[in-house]
Structures are given as structure tokens and as C-alpha cells.
Design a protein around this ligand. Sequence first.
Ligand SMILES: Cc1cc2nc3c(=O)[nH]c(=O)nc-3n(C[C@H](O)[C@H](O)[C@H](O)COP(=O)(O)O)c2cc1C
Length: 371
Amino acid sequence: MFGTPIIRFCYKRVAKPIFFRQDPEDTHDRVLGMGKLFSRSRLIRKATEFKLSYQHPMLEQDILGIHFRNPVGLTAGFDKNAELTKIMPAVGFGFMQIGSITGEPCEGNPKPRLWRLPKSQGLVVYYGLKNDGSEAIAERLKNQKFEIPVSTSVAKTNSADTVELNAGINDYAKAFRLLANIGDMTTVNISCPNTHGGEPFADPVRLEVLLTELDKIETSKPTFIKIACDISTDELDALHAVADNHRVNGFILTNLTKQYDQPTIHRDEIEGINKGGVSGKPTYEASNNLISHLYKIAGDRYVIIGVGGIFNANDAYEKIVRGASLVQLATGMIFEGPQVIGEINKGLVELLRRDGFANISEAVGSKHRKL
Ligand SMILES: Cc1cc2nc3c(=O)[nH]c(=O)nc-3n(C[C@H](O)[C@H](O)[C@H](O)COP(=O)(O)O)c2cc1C
């Protein structure tokens, strides 16, 4: 990691003002295009790594038999079609999640479907699971060797055809099966707020049926469930009680929020949008509270991946001391720049030293042990 302050300055003062003046989805597509181009050159990947990546032995962990060089991952939704698997390790991520990938290819919802909320430090997301579908993505990845652990996030195709219970389950199962031997972890996303039929598998009875079917698919990859931001602790208890009887190794807390009336969301920024879920800072507190709750009741039974509103090392550390072994982000990188991943990892080492921990795993859940 070399020259981060200069990159931060260039991103915030030059690139971001240009990006933020353009249509959010077009900008995202352009960044993806650049990422794909950069991926092709070993020299550019090495230079990116030299400039951005920060690694340290204190950040390494072995979790569920998988080695993580650092706890900071790319969250689902940034690389929906698994096109950035070569460049993201160079940016400094410790792992990445691709997707969400649905059984069938999916155009997503009609545009516009992405808005920036600069004052609220979030995005309104109404993509509706746009992606190339499980067959194309499995084909794209089948011979790839990944430099960092990869989690394939699977979800139900956003279409009227998958609203019926069995059709929905078959769709999940198709994506799960085709990706069962690709990457290191699978995430079952039951919390997309923007699709036909809502979030049917956030209901414990339906989740039970879904997980029973997924249990039948052979895989050596650990399975995570991704949970909505706006659920109560009682609802989380009900979901993890279902998970207890199935092949579930962890939870990702959380997805987007639909709580538009919360104080972190500036009303003037969302006026007239009336759809979609919000990412970034508005998800931060709710995600933290659910992490604390699950860690307190389940301890080490589940691996917790904390996501929502991480913009700096303190944000990431808060999720870790509350019980997350790993964290993920997307909005923080869009607002702060790609150097923020290295900055977070470097800051985490400083916070671990400050608090007398020898390794990141010692800090996991430490907030509850002190109380
Ligand atoms: C543009 C965008 C697209 C997203 N798409 C997905 C998705 O396909 N699947 C999913 O599980 N989460 C998706 N999310 C939610 C994120 O993975 C994450 O849970 C949420 O944004 C909170 O993290 P953040 O504040 O770091 O962005 C998306 C988020 C954004 C910003």
C-alpha cells in the first residue's frame, strides 16, 4: 500500500465529483468496464496491488477451513456477474461475494433503479437482481482459480414465474447446484427487497422448506443466509431456529433497509423515489444491533459476516467487536474510493494493537465479553 493519501485526494476531489454528476447505473457500468479491462493486464493488477493493498498477519484468520488474509470483503451487488474476480484481490479485499445470481438470467427492474443519497451516505437500490443467470456465470467461472475466497450469492429469479413456492425453491436450487463446486462459500440471499413476490423465504415456515431442499444438494462449501435489515430480534431468532436444523454455517447481517423514515435518511433526498432499499449509513445501526443479538444468543455456533454502512476502520471494528468474524462493504468504497479497503485493514491493525489483541479473531465479540 503506497501513496494512499494521494489516491484518496484524487478520488474525492477529481474522480468522485465527475462520477457523482453522471447517472449512477451508467457510472457503475463504466467502473465495471474499467475493472474488466484492468483485470486483463498482470502489470496493472500488480501496480494496483502495490498502490492499494494492505495485508498484515494480525488480520489473518482460518474460518470453516478457509484462509482469509484479511476480514474485509466485497459485498453482493457490486460484481453481479462475476467479472471482477481477478482485480478485486489486487484492490486488497480479503474475500468477495459475487451475485446475487439467480436460477435464470434476469433483466432486473425497469430503469431508473439506482440513486445516490450524498447527505445520507447511501444509495437507493432497485435493481431487482439483474444478472446473467446461474448457467452463464457457472460457465464463466468453471475453470477459474481464485486468489481470495469467493462466495457465490444465490437468489430467486425476479419474475412472476418464480412466485409460487415450489417454483421459487427450484429456482434457488438450480443456482445453488450449478455453483455448488465453484468458489469457497455459498450465500442464500432471502432478503432482496426489490423483487416479484417480496421476500417469501424470510418467513420461517417457507425457509424450512427451502433449506430442506438445498440440504439435498451435494457441496463442500459452507452455507450462509443473508438477512434483511429491518427485521426484529424475535424474527432473527425464528430464522436462526430454522437454520439450526439445516446445513447453515453462518449469517450475513444485513441487506438493504426500507425504513425510509429513520433520522439518518435526509427526506429531501428520497422524495419522489418511493421504491427500492437503501444501502450505506442508514443500514449501519440496525446491522450492528442484529450482529450483537445473534452473537449473544448463538456465540460461535454461527460465523457472522457484518455488512452495512462501513466507511472506515472504526465502522468495521465495531461490527467485529460485536461478533462479526468478517465484514463486507460496497457503498463505503463508492463514497470513499478504492483505497478505503487498504485504509480499513491498516486501521484495523492499529485498533487491535490499541486494545491489546494479537489477532483479529481475539477481537470478535469482545464487546460482549467486557460488559
Ligand atoms: C448497487 C447495489 C446492489 C446490491 N445488490 C445486492 C444483491 O444482488 N444481493 C445481495 O444480497 N445484496 C445486494 N446489495 C446489498 C449489499 O450487498 C449490502 O448488503 C448493503 O448494500 C449494505 O452494505 P453497504 O452499506 O456496504 O453497501 C446491493 C447493494 C448495492 C449498493
